[in-house]
Write a protein that binds this ligand. Structure first.
Ligand SMILES: C[S@@+](CC[C@H](N)C(=O)[O-])C[C@H]1O[C@@H](n2cnc3c(N)ncnc32)[C@H](O)[C@@H]1O
Length: 263
């Protein structure tokens, strides 16, 4: 099954930058995500699985909320799992990391109370297959939470034309690779279509007011350069900075879509 994010084939320099970005990105939303999990009933004895956990920053934070339970992080990338095992796992006795695919989870049916996936479904060519597999490993009554972006919400005001053109090109490139930068708006429909009950859809805004304009650009733009020809991407990012330098106090906005379903 194809996917459009292959950390194992990044250069060492790009891997280091990506881990740093994922850390920064995890911190932006972490408090809100942990609050949501508590509201949904995450309890100290629960078994929790994060699919596509990357370096495992959220998985580690959840492990501290379930001291009598167990947290497992799973990711397709063996290199990502090596980082998670070295950096996050040693701090939590009830946390493990396993390499595996969202399409074939290496767990028996009904293994977990919660399954969580953040910023993974945008990379999947067959998100419905991943949801069916999520449903299989979660116990009846358990919850599946899928969080992702939708570039329909990605904007700067006052408008920055090169930012818009850059993101249009990224959307096209991602689609060609088998991903979907508009997956956010589709998550609730996909959950209903996959047989989940009590499906809910939330949208959280993440803005440059939260993190500063430079960090907003890093988180929403600069890391995508690898999806375009290197020279074109560098030229466009320079043009974005130059347009923003002459814009009156721009504010950036990104939408984070969160779909919740019960098994
Ligand atoms: C942008 S990263 C997000 C990582 C982490 N969830 C976070 O928010 O920091 C996307 C992750 O999804 C993983 N991934 C992509 N396709 C996958 C699949 N089919 N099964 C499991 N993981 C996958 C990638 O290896 C990568 O670590």
């Amino acid at each position: 099954m194809t996917h459009s994010y292959d950390f194992d084939h990044f250069t060492d320099k790009r891997r280091r930058a990506e881990i740093q970005r994922l850390h920064q990105q995890a911190n932006v939303m972490l408090g809100r995500e942990l609050r949501l999990l508590r509201t949904l009933g995450l309890a100290p004895q629960h078994h929790f699985l994060e699919v596509g956990c990357g370096p495992g920053f959220l998985t580690g934070a959840v492990a501290t909320l379930i001291p009598q339970g167990r947290a497992v992080g799973l990711d397709l990338s063996s290199e990502m799992m090596a980082v998670a095992r070295a950096v996050v796992a040693p701090e939590h006795p009830n946390l493990g990391f396993e390499q595996g695919s969202a399409y074939e989870l290496p767990f028996p049916d009904d293994s977990f109370d919660f399954l969580y996936s953040r910023l993974v479904y945008q990379h999947l060519a067959d998100p419905l297959a991943a949801l069916a597999e999520a449903r299989r490993v979660v116990k009846p009554g358990g919850r599946v939470v899928v969080l992702d972006i939708d570039d329909g919400w990605l904007s700067l005001h006052p408008r920055c034309p090169t930012f818009d053109t850059f993101n249009e090109r990224i959307i096209q490139s991602k689609t060609q690779q088998g991903g979907d930068r508009h997956v956010g708006r589709k998550l609730a429909w996909m959950m209903r279509h996959s047989g989940f009950s009590q499906v809910q859809q939330k949208v959280e805004a993440f803005t440059s007011l939260d993190v500063g304009l430079e960090a907003f650009l890093q988180l929403t733009t600069c890391f995508k350069a690898g999806l375009l020809d290197q020279a074109t991407a560098a030229d466009m990012i320079r043009a974005i900075r130059s347009e923003l330098a002459s814009t009156d106090d721009p504010v950036g906005l990104a939408g984070i879509f969160i779909a919740i379903g019960t098994v």
